[in-house]
Write a new protein. Sequence first.
Length: 401
Amino acid sequence: MKKIFICLVSLILLLCGCSVNTDSPKPSKDEPVNAVYVKAVWITYFELEKLTANSNTDKDFEKAVKSAFKEIKSDGFNTVTVQVRPCADAFYKSDYFPVSKYCFGVQGCELKYDPLEIMVETAHKLGLRIEAWINPYRVSQSKEIDDLSDNNIAKEWYNSDDKKSNVYVDDKIYFNPASSEVKELIVNGVKEIVEKYAVDAIHFDDYFYPSTSKAVDKKEYNSYKKSGGDLSLADWRRENVSDMVKSVYSAIKKVNSSVEFGISPQSKISANYNNLYADVERWATEEGFVDYICPQIYFGFYNEVQPFTKTAKDWAALTTSCRLYVGLPLYKSGQEDKFASVDKDYAINEFKESNNVISRQISYLSQLENVNGFYIYSYSYLIDEENESVAEEAKNIKAVM
């Protein structure tokens, strides 16, 4: 029955103009011999939260993780990317960040067991790669400083007159990317993961400068200008972020050169550059920043502004100094895509009317020589059997794996 199903899906995809490749494409000649075609699943902090909430002991958690990872492996994936530091908190034992409130309910509480340690051991026993996914600058999903635990360094800094500017409070709380202490904290936080846990990669999300407001780093920029600096605010901010990225890359390689570092930015290069001050083009074309880049191309084939095929091709042509993966939006299945088009109904309803958008995108990516894998957002959608549209799309994805 499975072979018949695969054939039917393949026929559909061929009629849509996409060929199907059920085998992993070989790495390009410029890649290391041990490079793999990455087929990854993002596992978010709120998905991990469900596992920890229902697991009072390490044995309970190990059992739940083993079940989840086994299913992921059987579906054809080879990588799990787990969000172990969603804010300035951790799903592991850290010397720099308190235990996440999403881990055991209260930020800064006692660590009942070490979720990351268990996930790393379980993944490797099953033959899966595992990446530690962190958000470097985000401190909290709310703006209430008092909600942070007393041992959260962001709270300590904010309540200190001479270090208050290390923290920026808006609709949420963020670290100030212009602060040298913040950069040191981020680097040290990454180093301890690589030193203590046998992760295969460190993975950054698409959050960088929290705002274009001058208030974020006014003190630091004024000091920079007074010392003779001549960069514009925007260029200076981009240098701040790039310096952090390069420092993280260097720190990882000094600890363990086999551990990779990757970033998953927004798919629109200009938005990264102008709004987040993330110079993704530089990172993708110059050595020493990242091992891979994974733009989140969360659009359908008929999107007017960023149609999937053109956007993927643009990134494939751009990325020259690192590997390229593509993030895909399973979460959009069955929904209207209100950002797809101004006046084309089909573009808006593409994910709603078709249950093979993502599977066709996977097949299309397998034809692009410079694309080395894909990531699915996210785990809970892969196992969702109640939403018929999502479930059908998930079946089609698994059929072309």
